[in-house]
Design a protein around this ligand. Structure first.
Ligand code: MN
Length: 437
């Protein structure tokens, strides 16, 4: 587990002025990674680190002659369009690069003279996926989401008996995970209305979002080995925002007996920036389990996990309809929540995933599941916000939604802030629904 070090010092300022305003998602204490290039140029994508409203071009930094040792080796890997090789190098190398970049970007650093020409304005950049995602797993880690969804199907028995013992998940599909800014057609699929005799094929009528966090595995483990709860965080490279778009009517017809399939494999949208596990160190919190619930089994328990396995990350989901866009009005909030409501920690998810010997690979992703909180205003999917489509949400302009319409844009944001630490953010995950084809 990462300890606080000089890179987290809230007093640090950068020679990149926009990093110092206290409002940016990307102060010098954050330093998240993405893959980017200049818009409209036929040039290669390469790794970048966010600083204020700028991106430090890591390929250019590798050629600057400013860095050496492990940091230079890491920068050379980050010059590629995908970061898998860098993610495989492990936590000591990630830390070495973070420290070197922090020192080089600080106010007064000699490196300013050589690095200022390696900056690209975010407004001039476009992103691609930061890494190849070999495999993707979606967990179900909010007990509030699991209870709300379960109550729609089983009012008397919302939570299945395994929930409080196992971090529940399913193996999803990585090919349809794409980067913020994407638009995709409303999925077509088989559905069967409760009063229909037979199913029919057609456009999804109950299209939903799910506000989740995505977790990137850095260094993997060999098949047949398992990652202990105390080692789990050493394997985690970082986190992003994740919208797990869901076709609820397709899901309702297909999910038994083997779980989600086409309801989940048409699109998922991540934010471009990976906030590193090390950057999140100031926002680690206690992990506690209600004394009336079963305590996690031994392999999911450790002192470190109890003391600092949780994460305090504020999350929000907003909607911008086509009408709002045409009227020039700003996106409106649908729900706010926090990663602290997770019933399982990231380390517990990683440890459970590998307990049977499953090999995780650099770039593998797992997502938390819809991160709903205990309050109704913290329901992080339309199916919860509208009680299965029964109670429409009314937007400030008078429009109503039970599920999502064509032209709707869904925006997820996240940030961490508290006294005594720098505010850091995740940027945003933005996706727009097009008509079915
Ligand atoms: Mn999900």
């Amino acid at each position: 587990m990462y300890e606080l070090n000089e890179t987290h010092d809230p007093k640090l300022l950068s020679w990149v002025a926009s990093a110092n305003d206290g409002k940016t998602d990307f102060p010098i204490q954050n330093l998240p990674f993405a893959s980017f290039r200049k818009i409209g140029r036929n040039e290669a994508f390469r790794g970048g680190v966010a600083i204020g409203d700028q991106i430090l071009d890591l390929a250019a930094a590798a050629k600057s002659g400013i860095f050496d040792g492990e940091a230079q080796t890491a920068l050379e890997s980050c010059s590629k369009d995908k970061l898998n090789e860098f993610m495989a190098m492990g936590s000591n190398v990630w830390s070495a690069l973070r420290l070197a970049l922090s020192r080089a970007l600080r106010s007064g650093a000699i490196a300013e003279a050589g690095l200022s020409s390696c900056l690209v304005s975010m407004s001039d950049a476009e992103h691609t996926m930061p890494c190849v995602i070999p495999d993707y797993t979606d967990f179900y880690a909010s007990i509030h989401h699991a209870t709300n969804i379960g109550a729609l199907f089983r009012p008397d028995n919302p939570l299945l008996p395994n929930y409080k013992w196992i971090p529940i998940g399913y193996h999803g599909r990585s090919s349809s995970i794409d980067i913020s800014g994407q638009s995709f057609p409303r999925p077509v699929g088989q559905t069967k209305a409760p009063d229909a005799d037979v199913p029919s094929l057609g456009p999804c009528k109950r299209l939903d979002f799910e506000l989740e966090m995505g977790i990137f595995v850095g260094s993997g483990n060999k098949m047949g080995s398992r990652v202990s709860i105390d080692d789990a965080n050493e394997h985690i490279f970082g986190m992003c925002l994740f919208n797990d778009w869901s076709a609820r009517d397709i899901q309702g017809w297909e999910y038994q007996p083997l779980g989600p399939f086409l309801a989940k494999n048409f699109a998922s949208t991540i934010s471009p920036w990976i906030v590193t596990n090390e950057a999140l160190a100031p926002y680690r919190i206690e992990f506690t389990r209600d004394e009336n619930d079963p305590q996690p089994m031994d392999y999911l328990t450790s002192e470190t996990n109890s003391n600092s396995g949780g994460l305090d990350i504020n999350l929000e989901v907003l909607i911008e309809t086509k009408t709002m866009r045409d009227q020039g009005s700003k996106p409106v909030s649908l729900a706010t929540s926090n990663m602290k409501y997770s019933y399982w920690t990231v380390a517990q998810m990683m440890t459970h995933h590998t307990v049977g010997g499953c090999n995780m690979q650099p770039g593998d992703m797992f997502a938390t599941g819809t991160m709903s909180g205990p309050d109704a205003s913290q329901a992080c999917a339309m199916i919860e916000l509208t009680t299965g489509g029964k109670n429409p949400v009314t937007l400030p302009n008078g429009e109503t939604r039970t599920f999502l319409d064509d032209g709707d844009t869904v925006i997820i944001t996240g940030h961490c802030s508290k006294d005594g630490a720098a505010r850091i953010g995740f940027g945003s995950s933005i996706g727009t629904i097009l008509p079915a084809i």
